[in-house]
Design a protein around this ligand. Structure first.
Ligand code: ADP
Length: 558
């Protein structure tokens, strides 16, 4: 090996060339990535190991779909792209498709890197040959093939910018084998992304301020789109200073705490029926809000969304403002503060009183359900025990159908990005992987996934990932013996002895965790759950608590 000074210029130039694997890893590190979720395989094995060499923590997952879900949960809790997913080729990449769809449907940023056979062997029938970039066009913001090694840094940077800008979403980059093995100089040309930042609609904001100040029954709907620019202080001002009652979407909870006096998630139908002005913040009036049909016909809607085509979907707003929710809210609050003294004095007390009465009546009904001593235990009794046990800053993932709905009614959320559900497309099986990603993002907080037995089974194998990587999540299985417990079976197959949508009775799911070397518990009665949770935390390991609940418990209604 020659001293640098005695090498020829060409030799020195050659030595400064870097292979594609290293360029990918360097680019990710430069962009602040701390974790890479991967199933190692050709041609990205070396990329995975280069990431580790450069200090990006490698997490080896058991299923690509779960790996993507872990990355997006970590990003959601971190509020930035802290993690990426990296998979080999062909089926390894298509396995990730549902995870990409979850990112797309929830408007969450994701950078997924997929391997591909050498470009110069296209069409030759290579092992796992697939043009995945074409496949993912319709469920990504950008799906592209990196054609040259020298393009890697720029393409990776571009992928990040696209994923996080505007309405966040997934980006897919195909990394061909020959591009990864060839070498190039590590120069980074700036990424070629034009961010179309339009000026804020001053008149719209002015009119919105007037409308809100004059409203007799104002209300806010808060969605998970507020995650990315964090307008938390602004939300507080609207709720505290201007006393505007609010409801949230399922994952919009916690941006203002559930125990805020203006939180009326328990009176959501009434609030929507009666409000005269509704401010929609980072939420879509999609199926989650029954396409806006619950909002009174003559209510005036102010919609703020960063994605212009979203304005007016399902309900035409009185005022639609395109822009970042924090920037718009800052302007809105400034105007409301200015105009406040000129606005007609109004008394919001009657509006609050109506809502409070409804909230209390709903809470009484819920208390009865939670405190029932019936055996087998109901999902509500199970969630009451978890609620009483959970610290205020716990991150909770609800994965399932009947169990998820009961959990949404009982478990509070107090902090931003602390509540996950099956999300905008109701994807089952998110419990375990979301918990892993969330716990990696916030290791000091309790992360608890409460999964129906259907959802649990879809990702149960990745509890091994949690045990192996020492990620002490708590997984509670709401074991009601089937897909919607016994209810679907009795409805669809009333005369069948054979179990079809019901599963085997008395499955000890906790034994799966035991087999992986984690902590395992089985619970039959509500009073056993808290001690089991305490032992799970004390074990310091990933834990699974299998809880038998009533298979005939119905789907909870509001
Ligand atoms: P939820 O399920 O909580 O109702 P959705 O995912 O359906 O939330 O909708 C989130 C909305 O937030 C999307 O329409 C998205 O365009 C919007 N959004 C995302 N980021 C921002 C932002 N920074 N400012 C304003 N709107 C945003």
């Amino acid at each position: 090996c020659l001293e640098p000074s005695r090498r020829s210029r060409k030799e020195n130039a050659d030595l400064s060339r870097i292979d594609g694997h290293t360029l990918v890893a360097q680019s990710l590190r430069r962009l602040g990535v701390t974790h890479v979720y991967c199933v190692a395989g050709t041609p990205i094995r070396e990329t995975f190991s280069k990431c580790a060499e450069l200090g990006i923590r490698p997490i080896g997952v058991r299923n690509q779909h779960a790996g993507v879900l872990m990355a997006i949960a970590q990003n959601y809790v971190s509020g930035r792209i802290a993690a990426v997913a990296l998979f080999s080729a062909g089926p390894a990449v298509t396995n990730a498709a549902t995870g990409i769809l979850v990112a797309w449907d929830n408007c969450w940023p994701l950078v997924l890197l997929g391997g591909r056979r050498p470009l110069n062997m296209r069409g030759m029938g290579s092992f796992q040959d697939l043009d995945a970039s074409v496949l993912f066009q319709s469920i990504t913001k950008w799906s592209a093939v990196v054609e040259k090694t020298s393009q890697i840094p720029r393409c990776v940077e571009q992928a990040f910018q696209i994923a996080i800008s505007g309405r966040p979403g997934p980006v897919y980059l195909d990394l061909p084998e020959d591009v990864l093995t060839a070498t190039s100089h590590p120069s980074v040309d700036p990424a070629n992304v034009t961010l179309n930042i339009r000026p804020l609609d001053e008149n719209g904001i002015d009119a919105a301020a007037e409308l809100l100040l004059r409203a007799q029954r104002p209300a806010m709907i808060i969605g998970k789109g507020v995650r990315w620019s964090e307008p938390y202080a602004e939300l507080r001002r609207l709720a505290d200073e201007f006393e505007i009652p609010f409801i949230t979407s399922p994952m919009g909870r916690g941006y203002l705490p559930d125990d805020h006096p203006r939180c009326f998630n328990n009176a959501r139908s009434l609030l929507q029926h009666k409000a005269d002005v509704v401010l929609l913040l980072g939420a879509r009036l999609d199926w989650t809000f029954r396409f806006g049909s619950q909002i009174a016909r003559d209510a005036q809607i102010i919609q703020i969304d960063i994605h212009e085509p979203e304005i007016g979907v399902n309900r035409a707003p009185t005022i639609g403002i395109v822009g970042d929710v924090k920037l718009v809210m800052q302007q809105l609050l400034a105007r409301m503060a200015n105009k406040f003294s000129d606005a007609p004095q109004k008394n919001l007390l009657p509006w609050h009183t109506v809502l409070e009465a409804e909230r209390e009546s709903k809470q009484r009904k819920l208390d009865t359900q939670m405190n029932s001593a019936a055996a087998p235990m109901s999902p509500h009794s199970l969630f009451k025990e978890i609620k009483d046990f959970m610290p205020r800053d716990a991150i909770c993932i609800l994965d399932g159908n009947i169990s998820m709905a009961a959990g949404q009614q009982v478990l509070p959320a107090h902090l931003p990005a602390s509540r996950f559900t099956a999300g905008s497309n109701g994807c089952m099986g998110v419990g375990v992987p979301f918990a892993v990603g969330a716990k990696i993002a916030q290791p000091q907080r309790m992360v608890i996934a409460v999964c129906g037995d259907m959802g649990f089974a879809l990702s149960a194998m990745d509890m091994e990932t949690a045990v192996r990587h020492k990620i002490p999540i708590i997984v509670v299985v709401v074991n009601n013996e089937g897909n919607s417990g016994a209810i679907l079976q009795k409805t669809l197959f009333p005369s069948f002895e054979e179990r079809i949508t019901m599963f085997q009775p008395d499955i000890h799911y906790e034994n799966i965790m035991r087999a992986f070397g984690g902590h395992a518990e089985h619970v039959d009665r509500p009073e056993q759950l808290r001690p089991a949770l305490e032992r799970a935390v004390a074990s310091g390991k990933a834990a699974c608590i299998n809880v038998n609940v009533d298979p005939f418990a119905p789907y909870p209604t509001e």
